[in-house]
Write a protein that binds this ligand. Structure first.
Ligand SMILES: NC(=O)c1ccc[n+]([C@@H]2O[C@H](COP(=O)([O-])OP(=O)(O)OC[C@H]3O[C@@H](n4cnc5c(N)ncnc54)[C@H](O)[C@@H]3O)[C@@H](O)[C@H]2O)c1
Ligand SMILES: CC(C)[C@H](C(=O)O)[C@@H](O)C(=O)O
Ligand SMILES: [Mg+2]
Length: 362
C-alpha cells in the first residue's frame, strides 16, 4: 500500500521524536511491504522563524493533500521564548488551532493505558495501579473556549479579558456519536463529563448526549461533573472506558490521565475528521526544558503513528506490531529517563527508536 504522509516536526523535542516515529514506520513498511512518502511542513515556532506566521496556507494545502499527518509538537518556553512577545494570533499555538479547524479535526482520541511493565512509574497507590486501567478520552477539538470570541478591554478603567464558551447541538452530536461508536468496540461504557451544575453549554451537552444514547441501547452511559472526574481519575481510573468531554476539560483531564500511566511521554493521540483523515500527535508539548538532549521519550509519538496506521489506513496488523514492540521493549527493561525504574537500562530518544524498530516483525 502507498502511504502519503505529511510530517510536522515542529519545535523543541518535536523533530527528535518524529525522527524516531519515522524510523519505526519505515521498518513497518519494510516488513509488511508498504511504500511511504513523507513531506515535511513547518508549523509553530519553526514556521514563525521562516515565514513570520505559525502556519502558512501552503502548509495547510500540503497537509490536506496527504492521506494523514504525523506531528511532533509545537511551542517554546512561554515565559522566555521571543515567540510569546508576538500577538496571540501569531504565536506557535495559533498554528495548531488553525490546522485543527482547517482540517475539521473535531474528534481527539487520547487513550491512556497503564502497561503492567510500567506500574512502578505510576504515581498512584500500589493497590490502584495493580488493578491497571485502559481508558480513552474522546475530546471535542474544534469548539468551546478555544474557538469562541475573545477580547481584552478596559471596563471603567479596569483591565478586563473575555473568552466565550459556545457549543451548538450539531457539534455535540457528532462527537457523541464518535464516542458511542468507539465504546462499542471497547467495553461499552461512556462517561460524559461536563459542568452541568453551572454552565448552560454543559446542560445542552448533557441533553444532546442523552438523545444520541437512545440509538445505542447496548452502551452504558453516565454523566460526571468535571471536578469529580479529575478526582476519580486518581482514585480509581479503572472505572473508566470512554470519557466523552468538551475541548478544555479534555485538554486538562488528558494531561492528568497521562501522568497516571507513568509519564506524559507515553500518551498518544489521534485527531480525526468525519472520514479517514487524521492528524496524529503525542498529547504532550515541545518540552523545551529537554530539547536537543536526546532524552525525550518518543513512545507517545510512535504510538500515535500506530494509531495513524489503524485509523487512517486500516492497517490493524501493522498497528498491533508497533504496540507489541512497545510492550516487548518495556518488558525487556529499556526505559527513557521519564519512566526509569530500578533494575532497568536507561536509553536515550534515538536508541529507544532503534530498539523499537528492531523489534518490529510479522
Ligand atoms: N500539541 C502540542 O504541540 C502541544 C501540547 C502541549 C503543549 N504544547 C506547547 O509546548 C510548550 C511547553 O509546554 P509545557 O512545558 O507546559 O508542557 P510539555 O508537555 O512540553 O512539558 C511538560 C513536562 O513534561 C516533560 N515531557 C513532555 N514530553 C516529554 C517526553 N516525550 N519525554 C519526556 N518528558 C516529557 C517536559 O520535559 C516537561 O517537564 C508550550 O509552548 C506549549 O504551548 C504543545
Ligand atoms: C498547545 C495547546 C494549544 C494544546 C491544546 O490545548 O489543545 C495542547 O495542550 C494539547 O493538549 O494538544
Ligand atoms: Mg494539552
Amino acid at each position: 500500500m502507498k502511504l502519503n504522509i505529511t510530517c510536522i516536526p515542529g519545535d523543541g523535542i518535536g523533530p527528535e521524536i518524529v525522527a524516531e516515529a519515522k524510523k519505526v514506520l519505515d521498518k513497518v513498511a519494510e516488513v509488511y511491504g508498504h511504500e511511504i512518502t513523507y513531506k515535511d511542513i513547518l508549523m509553530g515556532g519553526a514556521s514563525i522563524d521562516v515565514h513570520g506566521v505559525p502556519l502558512t496556507d501552503e502548509a495547510i494545502a500540503d497537509a490536506k493533500a496527504a492521506d494523514a499527518v504525523l506531528m511532533g509538537s509545537i511551542g517554546g518556553n512561554t515565559s522566555t521564548s521571543p515567540w510569546y512577545q508576538l500577538p496571540p494570533e501569531k504565536r506557535p499555538e495559533a498554528g495548531l488551532l488553525k490546522i485543527r479547524k482547517a482540517l475539521n479535526l473535531f474528534a481527539n482520541l487520547r487513550p491512556a493505558v497503564l502497561y503492567q511493565e510500567l506500574s512502578d512509574a505510576c504515581p498512584l497507590r500500589k493497590d490502584i495501579s495493580d488493578r491497571g486501567f485502559d481508558l480513552l478520552i474522546m475530546r471535542e477539538l474544534t469548539g468551546g473556549l478555544y474557538f469562541g470570541a475573545r477580547h481584552t478591554t478596559e471596563v471603567d478603567g479596569v483591565r478586563t479579558a473575555v473568552d466565550t464558551l459556545t457549543y451548538n447541538e450539531n457539534e455535540i452530536r457528532r462527537i457523541a456519536i464518535k464516542a458511542f461508536d468507539i465504546a462499542r468496540k471497547r467495553r461499552g461504557i461512556v462517561t460524559s463529563v461536563d459542568k452541568a451544575n453551572v454552565l448552560d453549554s454543559s446542560r445542552l451537552w448533557r441533553k444532546v448526549v442523552e438523545e444520541v444514547a437512545k440509538d445505542y441501547p447496548d452502551i452504558t452511559l453516565s454523566h460526571m461533573l468535571v471536578d469529580n472526574c479529575a478526582m476519580q481519575l486518581v482514585r480509581d481510573p479503572s472505572q473508566f472506558d470512554v470519557i466523552l468531554t468538551e475541548n478544555m476539560f479534555g485538554d486538562i483531564l488528558s494531561d492528568e490521565a497521562s501522568m497516571v500511566t507513568g509519564s506524559i511521554g507515553m500518551l498518544a493521540s489521534a485527531s480525526l475528521n468525519d472520514s479517514k483523515f487524521g492528524l496524529y500527535e503525542p498529547s504532550h508539548g515541545s518540552a523545551p526544558d529537554i530539547a536537543g538532549m536526546d532524552i525525550a521519550n518518543p513512545i507517545a509519538t510512535i504510538l500515535s503513528a500506530a494509531m495513524m496506521l489503524r485509523y487512517s489506513f486500516d492497517l490493524d496488523k501493522e498497528a498491533d506490531a508497533i504496540e507489541m514492540a512497545v510492550k516487548s521493549i518495556l518488558k525487556k527493561g529499556y526505559r527513557t529517563a521519564d519512566i526509569m525504574a530500578e533494575g532497568c537500562e536507561k536509553v536515550g530518544c534515538s536508541r529507544m527508536g532503534d530498539l523499537l524498530a528492531d523489534e518490529i516483525s510479522r
